[in-house]
Design a protein around this ligand. Structure first.
Ligand code: NAD
Ligand code: DAU
Length: 352
């Protein structure tokens, strides 16, 4: 079986749903259920015979070791993290604690588990670390997209904490031989994304008649990838990625933020026209920029295509329409997340 950390978050829950549908291997989900972790994302598989959930902190090494020993774990897929750049600017502590110290504790538990495996099973073990393109810093307008060999230049407390975790993961391979693989992916969008991130925030605000906040001039560029494509890329890396290697994952889809939000408004105009008339783009509002805002990210995803045969299945046009339809069809999920209603349920169900 595999152990997934952070499986109740956005990408982790999409990964688990896909995994249970596409493979016959059991999965254990270890998640602390912070504000970003929502068990409702996995309601459809809560009673699945191949799914088990543990509420806990990746920084609790004894707990992680007991979970690893209790199951016959052959791989760890590590999503758990504090993931929102703006939150890292307001309060970096949790980012260092979870992304750096937590990953360190998880690596220690993984190393002990791996060393306890029979010799014949050690080579097959994998620690897959899910990381971000933000570790490479900001690209000039004419610079080529990020390659795996680019140097690290993280600019926010979030990206610095992810960069630190990448380095720790790398060192566990180099020093101890732990079979690790790291993925560095661009901006994801899709179902179950917490409405603090640009796309779900703008869908929610548009429908609620609120402003769509665009930081600065809105010309910052991101590469956007539909979340299910990120999940299939991770599956490919887990299956055939070479230990010690890193793989960039991206959508070949660079766009300025303002274009993303305008496209989203145009699709909403078709799918659910504004009750008072006019277009949703009228709600676009330019606001104060994010401090230290990276200007451009772009991913060169040729290595994963060449070595593992992966390319995204969705274009931005197909992925964003699917995403908008999902949000339109899941108003209850959004309402519960925005009101914090699911937190009350988490506290009742799992305790403080
Ligand atoms: P998310 O914030 O939606 O989910 C994070 C999950 O981790 C939550 O379920 C949370 O409860 C859990 N968690 C947090 N701290 C924990 C701890 N100490 N112990 C156990 N669980 C804990 O994040 P996401 O957007 O799904 O991102 C998942 C991973 O992918 C992160 O490592 C992130 O850096 C990386 N990533 C995200 C994107 C993106 O666009 N969202 C892109 C590239 C890489
Ligand atoms: O590149 C991968 C990263 O993508 C992941 O590692 C992070 O976990 C993920 O949060 C995301 O980071 P970004 O900072 O790029 O995502 P966010 O959705 O917060 O912002 C996307 C862009 O939109 C960014 O340039 C900031 C801008 N923005 C964001 C918000 C929330 C706005 O203009 N207005 C907003 O209200």
């Amino acid at each position: 079986m595999i152990l997934v950390t952070g499986g109740a978050g956005f990408i982790g829950s999409n990964f688990i749903l896909g995994w249970l549908g596409r493979t016959d291997e059991p999965v254990i989900n270890l998640d602390l259920l912070t504000y970003a972790g929502n068990p409702a994302n996995l309601a459809a598989v809560a009673a699945h015979p191949r799914y088990a959930f543990h509420r806990g902190d990746i920084g609790d090494q004894a707990l992680v070791e007991s979970v690893l020993q209790g199951g016959d774990v052959r791989a760890i897929v590590h999503f758990a993290a504090e993931s929102h750049v703006d939150r890292s600017i307001h309060g970096p502590d949790a980012f260092v604690q979870t992304n750096v110290v937590g990953t360190f504790r998880l690596l220690e538990a993984a190393r002990r588990h791996w060393q306890s495996l029979p010799a014949g099973r050690r080579d097959g073990f994998r620690f897959l670390h899910v990381s971000t393109d933000e570790v490479y810093g900001s690209l000039r307008p004419d610079a080529p997209p990020f390659r795996e060999t680019d140097r690290y230049e993280p600019n926010s407390p979030y990206s610095a904490s992810k960069a630190a975790s990448d380095h720790l993961v790398r060192s566990y391979h180099h020093t101890y031989g732990l079979p690790v693989v790291t993925t560095n992916c661009s901006n994801n969008y899709g179902p179950y994304q917490f409405p603090e991130k640009l796309i779900p925030l703008c869908i929610h605000n548009a429908l609620a008649g609120k402003p769509l906040p665009i930081y600065g001039d809105g010309r910052q560029i991101r590469d956007w990838l539909y979340v299910a494509d990120h999940c299939t890329a991770i599956e490919r890396v887990l299956a055939d990625g070479r230990p010690g290697e890193t793989y960039n994952i991206g959508g070949w889809n660079e766009q300025p933020n303002i274009d993303v939000v305008r496209s989203l408004c145009a699709i909403l105009d078709e799918e659910q026209p504004r009750s008072g008339g006019g277009g949703y783009a009228e709600q676009i509002t330019y606001v104060k920029d994010r401090p230290g805002h990276d200007r451009r990210y772009a991913i060169d995803a040729r290595k994963i295509e060449r070595e593992l045969g992966w390319r995204p299945a969705e274009t931005f046009a197909t992925g964003i329409r699917k995403t908008i339809r999902w949000y339109l069809g899941h108003g209850d999920w959004v309402a519960s997340v925005v009101s914090g209603g699911y937190r009350e349920w988490v506290d009742r169900q799992y305790g403080q």
